[in-house]
Design a protein around this ligand. Sequence first.
Ligand code: AVJ
Length: 323
Amino acid sequence: MSAPPNLHFQDLRPPAADFRAAVLEGLGRRPRSLSPKFFYDARGSALFDAITRLPEYYPTRTEIALLRRHGAEMARLIGHDALLIELGSGSDVKIRVLLDALRPRAYMPLDISHEHLWRSARAIAADHPALAVHALCTDYTRPFALPAAVLGLRRAAFYPGSSIGNFEPAQAQRLLRAIGALLGPDGRLLIGVDLKKDPARLHAAYNDRDGVTARFNLNLLERMRSELGAEVDPGGFRHHAFYDAEAGRIEMHLIANCAQTLVVDGCRFDFAAGEGIHTENSYKFDVAEFAALSAAAGFDTLQVWQDEEGLFSVHGLAVARPS
Ligand code: AVJ
């Protein structure tokens, strides 16, 4: 399929050198760590899609159910004819639920995963010929410019999936503040936030029976091999995920089963058995906790939707007027 005329695609994807530098830096530090944004190469994005369909992984289907049930209310909060910016759009399933109710003037999906963004933006543009789709492949934690064609429009953002939980609270606050600055006065933000709950339920969501989450985590090592030419045996590592109730977060790690040596660019990294790489945090929030975080970042909470089981929430926020 060729590109529909209403699709504009800008490729500002981070250079491969970013991954190389992050790996060298992250493996050199103690504790060793890597940002979860590096999960999303083509294979990692496909594995993440598989995660969203797992019986244990409740966030995606719960959030979609909330969008279906309350989409009209959410649309009222955002208003029609806005520029709708979607952060970390990934697949297009969620925005499709909202699009008819929201009736934006222009839609700007942002994602770090090139193939994923291209496929979903093209499909949305083809199915909505009157909608201007300005896709931008980028790391949305970095500053980015809006295309000139959309500068006059009122702005709203959709940030689904509880990806905000991947950031340390102080970092999350900074990112929310940057989103607020981008949206400007009267800006609206719909954001998905995973809720605190029974640790067993959380544990299961990140330790699925089929091992898809394990493959997703271990894919970071595959990516080091294929993209950086690293010497590493992914079979020598295992997936480890647990809920830290005190910190209110899931942690994911890659743990060496026995002594391992990883070589990147001639740099050697030795792992003793049981040593690992911290690959992800996924913070969980009570409704009041997240409202406090967004307030500290300059947002008023207008409305919060959650399912009956209290698994997942969507917060409807407005950029607060300066007091
Ligand atoms: C939706 C990207 C925040 O923490 O649930 C799923 C990704 N990691 N399983 C999450 C993820 C492991 C995820 N985010």
